[in-house]
Design a protein around this ligand. Sequence first.
Ligand SMILES: *Cc1c(COP(=O)(O)O)cnc(C)c1O
Length: 472
Amino acid sequence: MNWTDFAGWGRRVADWAADYHQTLRQRPVRAQVKPGEILNALPEAPPELAEEMEKIFADFEKIVLPGMTHWQHPRFFAYFPANASPPSMLAEYLVTAMAAQCMLWQTSPAATEMETRMMDWLRQAVGLPGSFTGVIQDSASTATLAAVLTMRERALSWDGNKAGLSGQPRLRVYSSNEVHTSIDRAIWISGIGQDNLVRIPVNGPRRSMDPDALRAAIEADLAAGFRPAGIIACTGGTGVGASDDVGAVVTVAKDFGLYVHLDAAWAGAAMIVPEYRELWEGVDGVDSMVFNPHKWLGAQFDCSAHFVRDPEDLVRTLAIRPEYLKTHGHDGIVNYSEWSVPLGRRFRALKLWFLMRSYGLEGLRGRLRNHVDWSAALAERLRAEPDFEITSEPVLSLFSFRFSPEGARDLDTLNQRLVDTINDDGRIYLTQTLLDGAKVVRFQVGQFDCTQEDVAFAFDVITEIARNMETA
Ligand SMILES: *Cc1c(COP(=O)(O)O)cnc(C)c1O
């Protein structure tokens, strides 16, 4: 393909994209294909000879599209949102066109300096103090891994990378059971080991870590000769939005000199709205925090905002600094590859610039406030129905419910069947979770094109499908 043909195709793809988004409501939200259907439609061997783009594009529409679950569908109420707003997509087109590797300042000064400025804009937007510095990671999982590695190195007096973990004191990390599985994986990969992730019981309506139990667990570990390294708290857990009392966790951590990492991957975006910030009260005292602008805020995946109080600790943990990388530190030059596990990095800050300028913080706040209000209204409507119960109260725009008609025996099976039937129907998309061992249905509002009518429509679909089900 030459660049003239490329320009023509670029225009065609842009037209296709606009049309796709404008007609999404006509498509089922979750893909309706069977396992293997797409695989079997793809030739077993690669082509020896060049093919026409016209034919490749036709096959994209014919083979690929039916196998897509439409995350940008306005009636996507499953998992968490992965909003790709139009300005952020345009920035990604441009980034793709330039395709730079932005690991060092000199490999693209604009990418580095834009990242520094955008992370500071985000810091101000969510109300963090100026003592925090940010870096963009590919995912919250990576940011949490970097935090756990930092905890480990700090607890081992910076000897773990060099000497390995055998012969070292047994490290311990603390979290509740409500945290995301990325915490478990960070604990495995860091060599700390699942057995040393100590689970602290939760209590209260927010399912927060019990600070007294946390303190007791640390004291017991110290008495047993173990070495506590850090605590991972969460704001807006994945299941039902569990949120720790961050201030209380920080108080305990300070008493023992422990590192605190806060996972606010989903809920952090909502902190651009001042009245929601009480959910993470005490955040000023954590050592690091991650939230994903690629979830609710509208920045196309991937874009994870990782804030640290002390970048030196992070760089000390992750920087390799071989000869060819030695440009660090001159005239305020930053090499962000020293702040993360991968060396290569994309220019991710550009979409934040396009996004924040194009909506303004006030425009973004308005969207998030709507989602929270519409979700709360739906929870109230379901609560008022005799055969539905609200199983967890709304945390921002997330709540859970259960269909529990009189006389129904196995509610877990019934509610799983409800979720499956709704998703096979395709008009909306929901997912389930386990809450204290019981199967419940999650509902979250967050897609940028979603309207109040779409949320009201979800009520109609849920109640209609539930009442048509065999319940005995
Ligand atoms: C989505 C989510 C994650 C994982 O985010 P990735 O960016 O996909 O790694 C971690 N924690 C919470 C609370 C989440 O909601």
